[in-house]
Design a protein around this ligand. Structure first.
Ligand SMILES: [Zn+2]
Ligand SMILES: [Zn+2]
Length: 362
């Protein structure tokens, strides 16, 4: 089968690799339909790493995908050949102390599609499939993968295969909003209007948040945030976004979603929050350390909540899309085929041509 693999920094090649096969009774062989290019994929493409998770080349990347079931193992009950599925890229052990307390997203034995393992931490991210050179950390930017049954969420064709591939990033927005304890009276700021910031916006609007202020350094994303329903959106390079938002919300916002992974946005979030507010850290910083204005966060008694992907929100994401409550297909601005994978990654890495979300169709 064909696979798009990273071969170096900003290098990607289409190669032939062995097609995976069903080994366990609970395995499902999936024919990949659509793969989303994620900001985290682009971190690996551009930098070869995210923190302690370092790519070993050649590397089969990709974790946001939808697929059609090709074949199932003997014990599989919930899906059958021909079914369309949204793929949950995380495989947790269901046995460790984290799983037992309902924290599958920080499972000590977690495996995650297309994510290099972390040699310097003793938990998390031992990737799952064995499709390429016997490696266990492969992704889904290829024709077929094998996943356990529990990761194959049948959509019953209620949503498109493209929407199914968007469920993974959208689920992060659903989870983030849930963790922030947002209510109908919540006033929120979302700093960073990429696909994850926009997913938080859509999820927050479903919960009925009364005011949502958004920012981005790219003008086209500011416009997109407005079109998607932000109460106000601005570019920090053009306006003083803290002053502009505080003019509208003199008491500060209840929740700030930091979705850019920048020191500047963390500082803005702290300034925007009211005392007792929640700072949600969602973005992935490219640096090893960030800092907080301790005088501000201490005196305001800010609660800082980190978001590690999502936990048990993928099915909710499918449901919200299927019921028409979440319209996220407008996020897709560009479509490519497998051979054009490098073009898709370059486009996203360089924020070219008004890109919000690029999808690769197989
Ligand atoms: Zn992703
Ligand atoms: Zn576990």
């Amino acid at each position: 089968m064909k696979a798009a693999v990273l071969t170096g920094l900003r290098k990607m090649e289409i190669v032939d690799v062995p097609k995976p096969s069903i080994k366990e009774g609970g395995d499902v062989l999936l024919k990949i339909a659509v793969v989303g290019v994620c900001g985290s994929d682009v971190h690996y493409y551009r930098n070869g790493r995210i923190g302690s998770q370092i790519v070993q080349y050649p590397y089969l990347i990709g974790h946001e995908c939808s697929a059609t079931v090709e074949a199932v193992g003997k014990k599989v009950k919930t899906v059958k050949p021909g079914d369309e599925v949204a793929v949950e890229p995380a495989v947790s052990c269901h046995k460790c102390p984290q799983c037992k307390m309902g924290r599958e997203n920080t499972c000590y034995e977690l495996k995650f599609l297309g994510t290099p393992g972390s040699p310097t931490t003793d938990f998390g991210d031992r990737p799952p499939t064995t499709t390429f050179e016997g490696r266990e950390d492969n992704g889904c930017l290829c024709e077929y993968i094998v996943m356990p049954e529990e990761c194959c969420l049948a959509t019953k064709s209620r949503i498109s295969l493209e929407e199914a591939a968007l469920c993974e990033p959208f689920a992060i927005g659903v989870y983030t909003v849930r963790q922030s304890r947002l209510t109908k009276s919540t006033k929120a700021a979302i700093l960073g209007s990429g696909p994850i910031g926009l997913s938080c916006l859509v999820a927050a609007k479903i919960q009925g948040s009364v005011a949502i202020y958004m920012t981005d350094k790219l003008d086209y994303r500011v416009d997109f945030a407005k079109k998607t329903g932000a109460t106000w959106a601005g570019n920090p390079d053009r306006v003083d976004i803290v002053a502009s938002i505080l003019k509208r919300e003199p008491l500060g916002v209840d929740v700030a979603y930091e979705c850019a992974g920048q020191q500047q946005t963390i500082d803005q979030a702290v300034e925007l929050l009211r005392p007792g507010g929640f700072l949600m850290l969602v973005g992935i910083p490219e640096v090893e350390r960030v800092n907080f204005a301790i005088d501000h966060i201490r005196r305001k008694e800010i609660t800082i909540i980190n978001v590690r992907r999502q936990n048990r929100c993928a099915e909710d994401a499918i449901e919200l899309i299927a019921k028409g409550k979440a319209k996220i297909d407008s996020f897709v601005t560009h479509r490519f085929n497998l051979e054009q994978s490098k073009d898709a990654f370059d486009l996203v890495a360089d924020y070219r041509d008004g890109v919000i979300k690029a999808m690769i169709e197989l």
